[in-house]
Design a protein around this ligand. Structure first.
Ligand SMILES: Nc1nc2c(ncn2[C@@H]2O[C@H](COP(=O)(O)OP(=O)(O)OP(=O)(O)O)[C@@H](O)[C@H]2O)c(=O)[nH]1
Length: 667
């Protein structure tokens, strides 16, 4: 298998020289997307009169779909770098096939979550079914719109399992980016038939020739196969649909006559209907009343409803092999559903389908309910969200500062922030989230190792007699950027403890840099900093690169000598001094003045690195005293001083949860 960053890829890039005039030629489009009748493009004749298909009822739609033979099914995914236009292209396809009304302004119809609409990014892969009429026959398409961001790569990988082909979409003005390359190799390794598509050809900044050249040289995809579209205006999208039929094979491995067997692709929770599962039906049929079993748990269900996504749930009488559609098993407990598990007909003797890759969390945070939040209700909300996002790992955790909560593991920091936002938006819950941390490894002298994902559990130097050393996780980061920014990016990587592996200069003025970077640096907004110094021109992708020995320590914050577990952090030696000073200063802002003096200290490796003091509140004990009574005055002041001393020795500082919240929010 070819891997992103492999020598093969770089060699190909280096060899991709083309004469200069090549990149300056411009394409002309003689076609108008609104023209009716037969149109010709790369030898495809499209019957625009019969598209979109016309049906007057759901029943007619179901009957028409039922007549489509397996050989006319096409299951495909759209993959691309972030913002290259996947969701917009899906909108146009849904209009051409009549799934949504073309006369209303459809905008990223498949980005269904609030957080997706607000942030303009796809977080969840969404499947939708469509019927397309071509050369006198109906075809059934199952399209998957996938997320572009690297944190959601697992969503894309899982979706590939139900697809035979992929549209590899590239923005004509940006060209091939780091995630285009990563997605290409993923699709390539899964044997998917790829159709290259150049999008945004309407932009003044579009450089179609250069983008074509990149696609041809980097992916060895023939230039002639590339379709040029403007997903925004709809230009040429109608010519893409016949390519899907001609190039992507049907799922002929599916067996409609066999016993029912399907894979759970996704799942979500509906407060009325309970669990809903999106399934890829490999064999047989399933309908309301079918008795089915989940292979992993051996739980039995009687199916309550089946249907297709069009683009929302549309109940159908039955589903057949080759389709990707939903079922409602009448199940209330989301904890018993495993994405990737096989469902099969009760009583049948079947082989389970190959499961999905297990998520490997890169970022951990502690999550605790804010004051006044019901723990039980929050646990329920979390379970419903986990059902829809199986990439999150979680376990119960207790903090002496924040009480009972959870330790959550995510695939990246964007993933963590999206999850928190979903929880707040969709479930109205309030959370206190501790600083993100990566899983560190502790190597003991007796040879055993331990992974620590909670900084509070990280051993301090006192136990070092039994510890041989620590190590921290690294990623191999691939960055593509214009040549002029190479110096600045090298500097950024150096300050983030990066180790250079490879720098490749491409023919189009772009550079591909490969660095080994500690994951802890990556999750500390490395991408934001990279974008900042390259004025948004750089793109980043990464993959796990294992562990390396490292000088890491736990930085503890002490308030009057007592360690605050929720604020502990593990970090590299080089960052301790700066963070220690910053943390104590920041915590001071949020602590209430007490009757006695409060010391805030930052300690690591048995040493105090920084200290701030919150002075005690001074009560004016002399207010009521006559001005001339000097002895009484002295007596009162001495008594006040003694009282404060006593308070300090017995007084515990009660830190309100809001103080933690404010402290952590600023992190
Ligand atoms: N000019 C122009 N803009 C486009 C075109 N296609 C998409 N866009 C714009 O590009 C932006 C990103 O489009 P999306 O469809 O959300 O991209 P995406 O690839 O689904 O994004 P992620 O799912 O977050 O990776 C939006 O502002 C679109 O309006 C196009 O053909 N021409």
């Amino acid at each position: 298998m070819l891997r992103l960053g492999s020598r093969v890829l770089y060699r190909d890039i280096k060899c991709s020289f083309r004469p200069l005039w090549y990149s300056t030629s411009r394409w002309k489009y003689p076609t108008d997307p609104n023209t009716t009748g037969y149109m010709k493009y790369k030898n495809y004749k499209i019957d625009l009169k019969n598209n979109p298909i016309k049906v007057s009822s759901d029943q007619e739609l179901a009957e028409r779909m039922d007549k489509i033979p397996l050989k006319n099914y096409r299951n495909f995914i759209i993959v691309a770098h972030v913002d290259h236009g996947k969701s917009t292209l899906s909108d146009r396809m849904l209009e051409i096939t009549g799934v949504v009304d073309p006369n209303v302004a459809n905008k990223q119809v498949l980005d269904k979550l609030d957080v997706e609409k607000e942030r303009g990014i796809t977080v969840k892969a969404q499947t939708v079914s469509m019927i397309y009429y071509y050369k006198g026959e109906d075809y059934l398409f199952h399209l998957v719109d996938s997320p572009g961001h690297v944190d959601f790569r697992l969503e894309v990988t899982r979706s590939y399992a139900s697809c035979q082909g992929a549209l590899l979409l590239v923005d004509a003005s940006e060209g091939v980016k780091a995630q285009t390359v990563a997605n290409f190799y993923l699709a390539y390794s899964m044997d998917l038939k790829l159709i290259p598509v150049i999008n945004k050809v309407d932009l003044d900044t579009a450089d179609i020739s250069k983008t074509e050249e990149q696609i041809q040289s980097m992916f060895e995809l023939p230039r002639d196969d590339i379709v040029h579209v403007s997903a925004k205006s709809g230009l040429n999208v109608q010519y893409l649909l016949p390519q899907i039929i001609e190039k992507i094979p049907p799922p002929l491995h599916c067996r409609p006559e066999a016993h029912f067997r399907a894979q759970i692709v996704d799942s979500w929770y509906d407060s009325y209907l309970g669990v809903i599962m999106l399934i890829n039906i490999v064999d047989g049929t399933v309908k309301k009343g079918s008795k089915i079993v989940a292979y992993r748990t051996k739980d039995k269900y009687e199916v309550k409803e089946v249907g297709i996504m069009y683009p929302d749930r549309k109940p159908f009488p039955k589903l057949v092999a080759g389709q990707v559609a939903y079922i409602i098993p009448g199940l209330k407990d989301p904890n018993t559903v495993y994405v990737g598990d096989t469902l099969y007909e009760a009583g049948a003797d079947i082989e389970p389908l190959e499961g999905f890759e297990e998520p490997k969390p890169m970022v951990f945070v502690g999550a605790f309910p804010a004051q006044g939040t019901d723990l039980k209700k929050m646990e329920e909300s979390l379970e419903h969200l986990f059902l829809n996002d199986r990439s999150v790992t979680f376990q119960h955790a207790t903090s002496s500062a924040l009480g009972q909560g959870w330790r959550l593991g995510f695939l990246g920091s964007l993933h963590a922030s999206i999850f928190k936002e979903r929880l707040e938006k969709e479930y109205g819950e309030k959370l206190i989230i501790t600083a993100p941390t990566v899983p560190y490894k502790v190597h003991y002298k007796d040879g055993h190792e331990e992974i620590v994902s909670n900084p509070d559990d990280f051993p301090d130097n006192l136990r070092k007699t039994t510890i041989s050393h620590f190590s921290e996780p690294y990623v191999e980061a691939y960055m593509s950027l214009p040549q002029e920014y190479v110096g600045k990016v090298m500097q950024l990587c150096d300050t983030n403890r990066g180790e250079q592996k490879e720098i490749q200069y491409m023919t189009n003025g772009q550079v591909l840099m490969t660095y080994l970077i500690p994951t802890a640096q990556l999750i500390d907004d490395f991408f934001g900093k990279l974008k900042g110094i390259t004025r948004g021109y750089a793109s980043l992708d990464y993959e796990d690169a294992g562990y390396k020995p490292s000088d890491v320590y736990k930085l503890e914050i002490l308030v009057n000598g007592e360690s605050i577990d929720a604020l502990s952090m593990v970090m590299h030696k080089s960052q301790i001094e700066k963070n220690a000073r910053e943390f104590v200063k920041r915590l001071k802002q949020f602590l209430r003045i007490q009757q006695f003096e409060v010391a805030i200290q930052a300690q690591a490796n048995g040493r105090i690195y920084a200290r701030e003091t919150v002075r005690a509140r001074r009560k004016d004990v002399l207010a009521k005293l006559h001005a001339s009574d000097i002895t009484r005055r002295k007596k009162l002041l001495v008594r006040q001083k003694e009282g404060k001393k006593l308070l300090k020795s017995v007084g515990r500082v009660k830190i309100p949860p809001q103080a933690y919240q404010s402290f952590l929010r600023k992190q």
